[in-house]
Design a protein around this ligand. Sequence first.
Ligand SMILES: NC(=O)c1ccc[n+]([C@@H]2O[C@H](COP(=O)([O-])OP(=O)(O)OC[C@H]3O[C@@H](n4cnc5c(N)ncnc54)[C@H](O)[C@@H]3O)[C@@H](O)[C@H]2O)c1
Length: 330
Amino acid sequence: MKFLVTGAAGFIGMYVCKRLLEQGHYVVGLDNLNTYYLPKLKQHRLDQLFPYDNFTFIKKDLADRDAIAALFKEEQFQRVIHLAAQAGVRYSLEAPFDYVDSNLVGMMTILEGCRHNKVEHLVYASSSSVYGMNTKVPFSESDTVDHPVSLYAATKKSNELMAHSYSHLYGIPTTGLRFFTVYGPGGRPDMAPWLFTEAILNDRPIKVFNQGKMMRDFTYIDDIVEGVIRIQEVIPELNESNETGSTAPYKIFNIGNNQPIQLSEFIEAIESACGKQAEKILMDMQPGDVPKTYADTAQLETAVGYKPSTTIQEGMVKFVEWYKTFQKEL
Ligand SMILES: NC(=O)c1ccc[n+]([C@@H]2O[C@H](COP(=O)([O-])OP(=O)(O)OC[C@H]3O[C@@H](n4cnc5c(N)ncnc54)[C@H](O)[C@@H]3O)[C@@H](O)[C@H]2O)c1
């Protein structure tokens, strides 16, 4: 099958491409290789994809309407896995228009491409951040999520709304995946696993937000990829019963570990993987952050017979091992 995977040089995108390539699919990986973080890390990831004959890399910006329309027309993708985005909650306070360009205009060019080229299934990344300050746990796909607390979250919720309108109007099957804090080898330098590991290994103090009173549903990358790969095979159908009254071929799933842990337990897992204690600076809550994320994964389990299960202790050992090797390459 022929896939378009956007964000192919990104953390999740690279692993999704790799799994599809191993399964023998033809994959066009698209990325604009922006410099939000270490370009060398994006290159390091792409280097793992280039050896596959069934892989083609295209450097393009999703906000380039004409280029994306031409790409869809020329390639006639059967399935699209849209993972490119300007990620990060805190950066959305600094550079809001990057989020508009990549996450809103970028989603639009993908939807238009799917609309005009009869794509069988569009799977796209949403985020647990859409749950905002939701206090009902675990977070369920049927919870009301109309109160985002960051622009990043607002763009992700908007992606779900845009997808619904295109599923409804043009019958495009779409599946949105609400990822819960993904980590693992090759992970992002702007996220806590990297920042804490870097600080601990270099004897620098770590900033512990909200005095450590935060809970996160950390999800190991292999678990996320397994979920994405299985879900792209489950194409939503028109007229499936849906509690919202919508008959569009549209689905939303949480992909999280269903086992949130305290920040303190997370730090202990990193300390143990690094073989060193952290020096901690207790800080207040950051604007846009949420105190707790906790995924209800029952719908995912019903749809694909699977739920993430890697523990933070297992996952962090693998991350720290990779991190040390990668630092030597820099
Ligand atoms: N990693 C997580 O914990 C997490 C959690 C929730 C949601 N998500 C979502 O999952 C997806 C993948 O996340 P990730 O962690 O792999 O992020 P990432 O930043 O590593 O990957 C995103 C990739 O998209 C590319 N990109 C950004 N804007 C682009 C544009 N306009 N045109 C083309 N390429 C563009 C970037 O260069 C990058 O390589 C994103 O949509 C993100 O919002 C991630």
